[in-house]
Design a binder for this molecule. Structure first.
Ligand code: OSB
Ligand code: MG
Length: 368
């Protein structure tokens, strides 16, 4: 019942269509999986970092370096995820790198203990309502077509990526085409500054659920100021990197809603703490996404099943991203996706599929 080695698997997968945001265009995912192998069980974790440091300062090759050089040497044969988080706290930042290792350790231990991640975290739902994040499209016509396609599939909430110049009129067009009842929100990925406050206030007339991360990650105070000038609730994504930042952001009024992404905050244990904090403060949360394959998606669904996740998340079906996911595909049924309920994260890569996608596998022996 001990960890014997840890494999770092690098792989590549194409997206079904380019995903454009205010920070760039993603056409594929440069993947990194952490695979814990013990005498009795195995565990998997997916690193959510993108290929380039455009969404946040982390990027996948940097995570590879941090994981192999600093995090893996900390791991002992009997280490739990909780013990790892404590040990890894000596390393500053690098939340996405830490989260990938934490998830693999959690999956390994929960499989051994024969309990699902959902049950371990305190899930109260067996399926979660699914929203979809719609990238910036070349034209308004294309946007309306794309949104119409997702609505036809049953997605219960639409999130539009926006940037300066492709915002107010795009949102207006979607509202006019699909009506006032559709759940709609926008995500700017830090593309504005506080000087854009009166411009962003023009979004108020569209009855959006929220505006996600309008200002830069570090500008918490700017978000406080913006919250006073804009009626639509402000939701933070990039800014929320730890429990402490979440507490501070809520206390000073920088946001009234939080997007929890386990990869961004260092893992599922920290995510659970942020969830509990938000429940105690009456702050709604929802589960964000980072275009994860089935490994990361499975674990996100477990988290999204907690009671504080009262808004639909970006946890879409596998087919929204990939023609062939690395696990059995997650499917949308009546606007919902089932939460995995078997042991650990509930899924494993399909060996042949992962092997065909893989570019590199490195094995690290774990010793005391
Ligand atoms: O800001 O939420 C974001 C994807 C990559 C990086 C950042 C973000 C996103 C998304 C897509 O919006 C979420 C998903 O469907 O996984
Ligand atoms: Mg976001």
């Amino acid at each position: 019942m001990t960890i014997q080695h840890i494999e770092i698997r690098r792989a590549h997968i194409n997206l079904v269509s380019p995903f454009r945001t205010s920070f760039g265009v993603e056409v594929d995912r440069d993947l990194l999986y952490v695979h814990v192998v013990g005498s009795d069980e195995e565990g998997w974790g997916e690193c959510v970092a993108m290929a380039a440091p455009l969404y946040s300062s982390e990027y996948v090759d940097g995570c590879d370096e941090v994981i192999t050089r600093y995090l893996l040497p900390m791991i002992t044969p009997t280490m739990t995820a909780q013990e790892f988080v404590l040990a890894a706290s000596s390393i500053r930042g690098n939340f996405m790198a830490k989260a990938a290792v934490e998830t693999a350790l959690l999956d390994y231990r929960l499989r051994r203990d024969k309990i699902s991640l959902a049950t371990f975290l305190g899930a109260t739902q067996t399926r979660v309502a699914s929203g979809v994040s719609v990238g910036i499209q070349s034209t308004t016509e294309e946007l309306l077509e794309t949104v119409s396609g997702y609505l036809a599939q049953g997605y219960v909430r639409i999130k539009l990526k926006i940037e300066p110049g492709l915002d107010i009129e795009r949102v207006r067009a979607v509202r006019e085409a699909f009506g006032d009842d559709m759940l709609l929100q926008v995500d700017a990925n830090s593309a504005y500054t506080i000087d854009d406050a009166s411009h962003l206030a023009k979004l108020d007339e569209f009855n959006l659920l929220l505006i996600e991360q309008p200002l830069p990650e570090e500008d918490l105070i700017g978000h406080v100021e913006l919250s006073k000038k804009v009626g639509t609730p402000i939701c933070l994504d990039e800014s929320i990197t730890t429990f402490d930042v979440a507490r501070g952001a809520i206390d000073i009024g920088a946001c009234s809603i939080i997007n929890i992404k386990p990869g961004r905050v260092g893992g599922y244990l920290e995510s659970k703490k942020i969830h509990d904090l938000c429940v105690s403060r009456g702050v709604p949360v929802w589960c964000g996404g980072m275009l994860e394959t089935g490994i990361g998606r499975a674990a996100n669904l477990a988290l999204a099943a907690l009671p504080g996740f009262t808004l639909p998340g970006d946890t879409s079906a596998s087919s929204r991203y990939f023609t062939q996911d690395v696990t059995e595909p997650f499917v949308l049924r009546d606007g919902y996706i089932d939460v995995p309920n078997t042991v650990g994260i509930g899924v494993r890569p399909i060996a042949d599929v992962l092997d065909a996608m893989s570019s590199k596998s490195t094995k690290f022996v774990v010793s005391r």
